[in-house]
Design a protein around this ligand. Structure first.
Ligand code: NAI
Ligand code: MG
Length: 369
């Protein structure tokens, strides 16, 4: 039996409440399905700061580097508002992303049929939607130098950010997108602005070269990122995988995600480069939402984003595609049955707690076996 090393970092606020529902799934899969997950636990964010004065300890950082995958809850909250910048809760997540070199951020936008009518778009536009945004996460304008505010001495200041992309960064992120497309509907749309940005010219060129060299079986289109934003809202089902840079990806993934539902529903994955010897890659899976201090400790948080992040982990880190499909089907079925946490509650449905939602998804996951 394969050993599958998982590090659980529940974090702060509703992070631990949501993670508890994933633990139930892991326990079941180990006991009944022989999944062989070896789990370790660690502290991150405010809970780590309280324990050791750091946003993540060296020991837990080493566990993350050694794990096959990290499941991350959420960090932060008003309790830690005054702590120094370098050890604030978010620093733990940033350190994980940086040291694990998680350059590929995957944000699916899946519209569960039961929630199609609660989208801000018409139900027929979003119903059955299943697209994946692949955002470059460690380069571009958020990191490029120079990055500063200079005083021009005449009462004016100048703010400067620099968009920088090198060939290898574009190659590796487009490689991830093409590989993922092969496991889906085999279509990639690359978004940049080559009409006004030099980095966009290079982006388009390198994506096209990578496609020609290794992935010519995948259908590739190019779109200007602003037009892409418009098309995402007009007819999102035209897309399968979208690959784009850090800045455009930040915005386009938020747009795509909100086509389909509440923050409490949205999972994500962040992947590193494949090991040249084993092909395995570092990975971290987390819900898109934060620690939700306003509802923490009340047992009412929606655990679906966390559970769906675990489904992504099964799919992308452990190649347990059938289990991932089944878990996503279990989520859809439970929503079809009318169960809702408060954030997605609507008329005629039954409001349930975090733990009831987790139990219902587990029961349905078992029933689908
Ligand atoms: P948030 O995502 O924590 O909450 C925004 C709103 O959505 C709140 O009203 C919350 O109750 C609701 N919400 C979020 N997740 C929910 C869920 N699973 N079920 C039901 N309702 C849910 O964002 P906010 O309030 O801006 O930030 C709170 C804290 O979280 C801050 O300290 C922030 O820095 C941190 N944060 C951490 C992130 C992370 O750990 N990756 C990401 C975003 C924010
Ligand atoms: Mg954002």
């Amino acid at each position: 039996m394969a050993s599958r090393k998982l590090l659980l970092l529940p974090g702060d606020g509703i992070g631990p409440e949501a993670m508890a529902e994933v633990r139930k799934l892991i326990a079941y899969m180990n006991a009944e399905l022989g999944a062989g997950f070896e789990t370790e636990e660690g502290l991150v964010g405010g809970s780590a700061y309280d324990a050791c004065g750091q946003a993540i300890s060296e020991e837990d950082m080493a566990k993350a580097m050694a794990a096959d995958a990290v499941l991350f809850g959420a960090v932060g909250g008003p309790k830690w508002d005054g702590v120094p910048y370098e050890v604030r809760p978010e620093a733990g997540l940033l350190r994980l992303r940086k040291e694990m070199e998680l350059f590929a951020n995957l944000r699916p936008a899946i519209c569960y049929p039961a929630l199609a009518s609660s989208s801000s778009l018409k139900p027929e536009v979003v119903e059955g939607l299943d697209i994946l945004i692949v955002r470059e996460l460690t380069g571009g304008v958020y990191f490029g130098e120079p990055k500063e505010i200079i005083d021009l001495g005449n009462g004016q200041k100048r703010g400067i950010d620099t968009q920088v992309y090198d060939t290898f960064e574009i190659e590796r992120i487009s490689g991830v997108a093409f590989e993922l497309a092969r496991t889906r509907s085999n279509k990639v749309c690359s978004m940049e602005k080559h009409n006004v940005m030099k980095s966009g010219v290079l982006w388009k060129e390198v994506v096209a070269q990578t496609h020609k060299a290794k992935y010519s079986d995948v259908e590739l289109t190019h779109m200007l990122a602003d037009a892409g934003g418009m098309q995402l809202v007009r007819w999102p089902k035209q897309f399968d995988v979208i690959v784009t840079d850090n800045l455009f990806g930040d915005m386009l993934s938020d747009v795509a995600a909100m086509l389909t539902g509440s923050l409490g529903m949205l999972p994500s994955a962040s992947l590193g480069a494949p090991d040249p010897k084993t092909g395995s890659r570092k990975a971290l899976y987390e819900p898109v939402h934060g620690s939700a201090p306003d509802i923490a400790g009340k047992g009412i948080a929606n655990p679906i984003a966390m559970i769906a992040s675990f489904a992504m982990c099964l799919r992308y880190s452990f190649n347990m595609v059938d289990h991932a499909d089944r878990l996503e089907k279990a989520i859809a079925d439970v929503l079809d049955q009318g169960l809702r946490t408060g954030d997605i509650m609507s008329e005629g449905c039954t409001q349930v707690s975090t733990s009831d939602m987790g139990d219902a998804i587990l029961a349905q996951f078992k029933a689908l076996a």
